[in-house]
Design a protein around this ligand. Structure first.
Ligand code: HEM
Length: 147
């Protein structure tokens, strides 16, 4: 049971962090070759598809993480586990902000064909996603090294 929780937990983390790496380091540089009227609708659509998977991943990370954490008990859990819980909550909040703030405004900008505004929003999303990539990496380092 605990092994299944850990498996699902790690799978969700791979989807989330791997997706960010793909968006930032594969899609974004390549899409830079397209003009904004082609680039921004494409990026918006790709993000929309990916963000559905992120919402699912967050639900899985939270449930499986809490099952593992509470299974051991907060008092007995090592420092790294507490750090992962805390950092994970910050990551969830950042993603919620990204989704309901800049991403919602990006969709509005694309619908209005306001390309400069759309470009600004993509930049904000990239910054927040990059921050989550760093936080996710730190959370994993914490749970591995601080036991
Ligand atoms: C806030 C919710 C979270 C909680 C309560 C939580 C809890 C835990 C716990 C208790 C473990 C240790 C399992 C063990 O060593 O047996 C763990 C491992 C792990 N967590 Fe989280 N976690 C959360 C969020 C995240 C996030 C956001 C990520 C990355 C996107 C993540 C990635 C991982 C990975 C990759 C491992 C496996 C590390 C290893 O091999 O030991 N977790 N988590």
């Amino acid at each position: 049971m605990l092994a299944l929780m850990k498996f699902l937990h790690i799978a969700a983390a791979i989807v989330w962090l791997g997706g960010i790496v793909f968006m930032l380091f594969a899609l974004r540089p390549a899409a830079g070759q397209l003009a904004p009227p082609q680039r921004l609708p494409l990026i918006t659509q790709v993000m929309g598809n990916f963000f559905k998977r992120v919402w699912e991943g967050i639900a899985i990370l939270l449930v499986t993480g809490l099952v593992m954490l509470l299974g051991v008990g907060m008092k007995n859990a090592p420092l790294g586990w507490h750090l992962m819980f805390g950092i994970g909550l910050v990551m969830f909040a950042l993603f919620g902000h990204l989704f309901f703030g800049p991403y919602r405004r990006l969709k509005l900008a694309v619908a209005a064909q306001d390309w400069p505004e759309g470009g600004r929003r993509v930049g904000q999303i990239a910054t927040l996603a990059g921050l989550n990539l760093v936080l996710g990496t730190l959370a994993i380092a914490a749970v591995i090294f601080l036991v």
